[in-house]
Design a binder for this molecule. Structure first.
Ligand code: ADP
Ligand code: MG
Length: 226
């Protein structure tokens, strides 16, 4: 039984895309897999299938019903903002202890690989005192870190790796997900990161379209996750 926390250098770097690809890969290998996206912002009940949770449910082969979404994403907020701000807009606050409890229960009841998608980047505030980093540290799970290949990503990525290491969290894999129209070649980004983070397994994921499967990238990541 394995649980992996999927985080990244920021929003829109590909956490959901990669979680869904991993779920499909593990399922087609006949391996039991589950997924949760505990905190969802920008949540629109009129577009359930388009939400991160809906995308993970589709990969899991389950329907995007409200009941399924509520089970996978109990902390939902309408505003497309960081969770602390999105909650404030609704005169609410995210209950950090309840969030950690929810994840612990999901981990305990999982009998395969459980993928937990975080929210935004590693230092996104969840409430007035906690960030995603505190959430990951409370769970003490190994991480899958997703980064882009845009100009500036190397600094964002090394900053992310540094704060994660300071909290003693283990990284199973760092995925460099190709940023469309980036001026920086993937291979250069990979080479530089390998120089500065020699102990971390780094996997490139090209921009995919249609039925493309990423030249075995998802299989490689799945193997690294164990
Ligand atoms: N490697 C890729 N190939 C094609 N589309 C991708 C890839 N990675 C991400 N995307 C697309 O980019 C957008 C942002 O990715 P997403 O997984 O939602 O990011 P995050 O979960 O980190 O916010 C989505 O529309 C997603 O389908
Ligand atoms: Mg996402």
């Amino acid at each position: 039984m394995t649980a992996i926390f999927i985080t990244g250098t920021g929003t829109d770097v590909g956490k959901t895309f990669i979680a869904a690809g991993l779920i499909r890969t593990l399922r087609s290998a006949g391996r039991p897999v589950g997924g949760v996206k505990p905190v969802a912002t920008g949540f629109d009940p009129a577009a359930l299938a388009d939400s991160d949770t809906g995308i993970l449910l589709a990969a899991l082969g389950r329907p995007s019903t409200l009941a399924e979404i509520e089970r996978m994403s109990p902390f939902r907020f309408a505003a497309p903002l960081a969770p602390d701000m999105a909650a404030k807009r609704e005169n609410r606050s995210l209950d950090f202890d309840a969030l950690v409890d929810f994840c612990r229960r999901a981990i305990a009841s999982n009998n395969g690989t459980l993928l937990i998608e975080g929210v935004g980047g590693v230092m996104v505030p969840l409430d007035e005192r906690h960030t995603v980093l505190d959430w990951m540290a409370a769970l003490d799970l190994p991480l899958l870190v997703v980064a882009g290949s845009y100009l500036g990503s190397i600094s964002h990525t090394l900053t992310c790796l540094d704060v994660v290491a300071r909290r003693g969290l283990a990284i199973k894999a760092l995925v460099i997900n190709e940023t469309p129209a980036s001026t920086v070649p993937m291979s250069d980004t990979m080479a530089t990161l390998a120089q500065f983070a020699p102990d971390i397994a780094i996997v490139p994921l090209p921009r995919l379209s249609g039925a493309a499967t990423g030249d075995g990238a998802f299989e490689k990541i799945a193997t690294l996750l164990g």
